[in-house]
Ligand binder design. Structure first.
Ligand SMILES: NC(=O)c1ccc[n+]([C@@H]2O[C@H](COP(=O)([O-])OP(=O)(O)OC[C@H]3O[C@@H](n4cnc5c(N)ncnc54)[C@H](OP(=O)(O)O)[C@@H]3O)[C@@H](O)[C@H]2O)c1
Length: 253
């Protein structure tokens, strides 16, 4: 039986994996939130890998606050570049396959059609740049790994677009949602099924993969799919919201 470590286990993706375990009896899981394994701490990682027999590590931990990253780039790079490098080194040492989750935000959004793994990244904000730096750091370590880029993750778990708008609707009868930024929404549990099946079949055949299960749409269109009919959604331009981080026009993958 393969044993899979999941870091960042209490985030959206980590929680989605936790709730899927019953459907994957072929796998054994070790879930580690930040309290159990701080992936920026080299000594903690070394001890954790010594004490656990692992076959795969899914790194679901990340600095994911796109706007805050503009104000604290060092924290973003620590978690999104340094930590994946440390994990990749530990994985290489112990013969563990690293599945690292990355993002459509490594692209600048100007292509006009869906990005493939052949396209050259060109991030336009700190979050995207720090995630790209993490991808490169893992490649430079040179162990067994797959960088899995996904986009616009949403679900009933943790903090994400879906949970945030449903929470807002508890205190407000109408919502402003951006209508001029496009991407491919990905239902987190579908990514989980894809990832865990790949692990079961030992089917990671490349160092880079894109996964999204949605078609291209705007945040406004995604919101319409999530909320009940009759909810007042106002379409706004991203510029109106004066977000700290620049946003790419269309990062569909
Ligand atoms: N959400 C999206 O729309 C989206 C889109 C594309 C790609 N992705 C990528 O998908 C992955 C999963 O995203 P997500 O939505 O699940 O993110 P998330 O909900 O923000 O989860 C990230 C988790 O990492 C944890 N963490 C923070 N610092 C840590 C540390 N030093 N050591 C260990 N864990 C730490 C966080 O814990 P605390 O909360 O306690 O700090 C949090 O539980 C990330 O790599 C992200 O870049 C996300």
């Amino acid at each position: 039986m393969k044993t899979v470590l999941v870091t960042g286990a209490n985030g959206q993706l980590g929680l989605a994996i936790q709730s899927a375990t019953a459907n994957f009896p072929e796998l054994q899981f070790v879930f580690a939130g930040k309290a159990e394994l701080d992936i920026t701490n080299e000594k903690e990682i070394a001890a954790f890998f010594e004490n656990n027999q692992l076959d795969y590590c899914i790194n679901a931990a990340a600095y994911t606050d796109v706007d805050k990253a503009e104000e604290e780039p060092q924290a973003a790079y620590l978690l999104n570049e340094t930590a994946p490098r440390l994990l990749a080194q530990a994985c290489k040492k112990h013969g563990v396959f690293l599945v690292h989750i990355s993002t459509d935000y490594v692209f600048d959004g100007t292509k006009g059609t869906a990005y493939t793994t052949e396209d050259t990244p060109n991030p336009i904000n700190v979050y995207g740049a720090s995630k790209l730096a993490g991808e490169k750091a893992i490649a430079a370590v040179g162990g067994d790994y797959c960088v899995m880029r996904t986009s616009w993750l949403y679900s009933e778990y943790g903090n994400n677009f879906q949970t945030k708008i449903l929470k807002k609707l508890k205190t407000s009868s109408e919502l402003e949602v951006v209508g001029d930024l496009y991407g491919t929404p990905t239902y987190a549990p579908n990514l989980v099924v894809f990832l865990l099946n790949k692990i079961i079949k030992s089917a990671f055949t490349s160092n880079m993969k894109h996964f999204s299960d949605g078609k291209t749409m705007s945040w406004y269109e995604l919101a319409k799919k999530i909320v009940d009919e009759g909810v007042n959604l106002n379409k706004v331009e991203a510029s109106v919201l004066q977000l700290k981080a620049r946003r790419a026009k269309n990062t569909s993958i």
